[in-house]
Design a protein around this ligand. Structure first.
Ligand SMILES: [Zn+2]
Length: 212
């Protein structure tokens, strides 16, 4: 009992002191509230951002994982050339197109440029997935269609188109591709080529985009 009374004796004065302190802060209280609410808002915003980044990364990961090399997916590390026929994306290209790209690849290499295939043949399902993804990314089907064709229209699905990278390699094919019959098709896709000319012939005028 003596401990309790000692506690009361010792602690009571500070409690009274605290009341006095709070009373003294009354004039500045709105400041405290302001900062408290601001800090809470920032915390909530940061938490929401982190959550959305994590969940969208997860969704993407799951969606990508569903498509394999068998669907025409290629690693995105610029490690594939037209000679890597172990990938269906390369092996299922139209024979004439593949030969043309291989020939161009040999000649470009002599000039120190490595032509990488960033995308070749794609399954219908994979093409549909890419279009759906573009719709999500660009907000509308109309905008997405300017960059990604439907499975019904895409020449990637029929094995009649290749995408070449990186930029210096695509640029080489833009300038020299006609010698192999390789033509840039769309004005807004300097990486996408189809066999649209006789070797050494003239390529047709560019279409504005994949929708046009
Ligand atoms: Zn393409």
């Amino acid at each position: 009992m003596s401990g309790v009374s000692k506690w009361e004796t010792v602690e009571c004065p500070p409690v009274g002191k605290e009341d006095g302190r709070l009373g003294g802060l009354a004039g500045r209280r709105w400041w405290s509230w302001y900062w408290l609410v601001a800090a809470l808002c920032v915390a909530v915003a940061v938490a929401l951002m982190a959550w959305s980044v994590v969940t969208s990364a997860e969704e993407r990961g799951e969606a990508e994982a569903a498509f394999t090399a068998e669907d025409g997916a290629l690693p995105d590390d610029l490690s594939v050339t037209a000679f890597d026929t172990r990938y269906p994306s390369i092996a299922r290209l139209d024979g004439e197109l593949l030969e043309a790209v291989q020939e161009a690849t040999r000649d470009a290499l002599e000039e120190g440029i490595v032509l990488h295939v960033t995308s070749g043949w794609r399954s219908e399902a994979y093409q549909r997935h890419l279009l759906d993804e573009a719709v999500r990314e660009h907000g509308s089907r109309e905008e997405a269609r300017r960059l990604v064709s439907t499975p019904e229209e895409s020449r990637h699905v029929t094995g009649e188109a290749v995408d070449i990278g990186p930029t210096d390699a695509a640029d080489w094919v833009v300038r020299r591709g006609a010698a192999y019959g390789l033509c840039q098709v769309y004005a807004n896709e300097m990486w996408h080529f189809e066999l649209l000319a006789e070797p050494g012939g003239d390529c047709p005028e560019h279409l504005p985009d994949a929708a046009g």
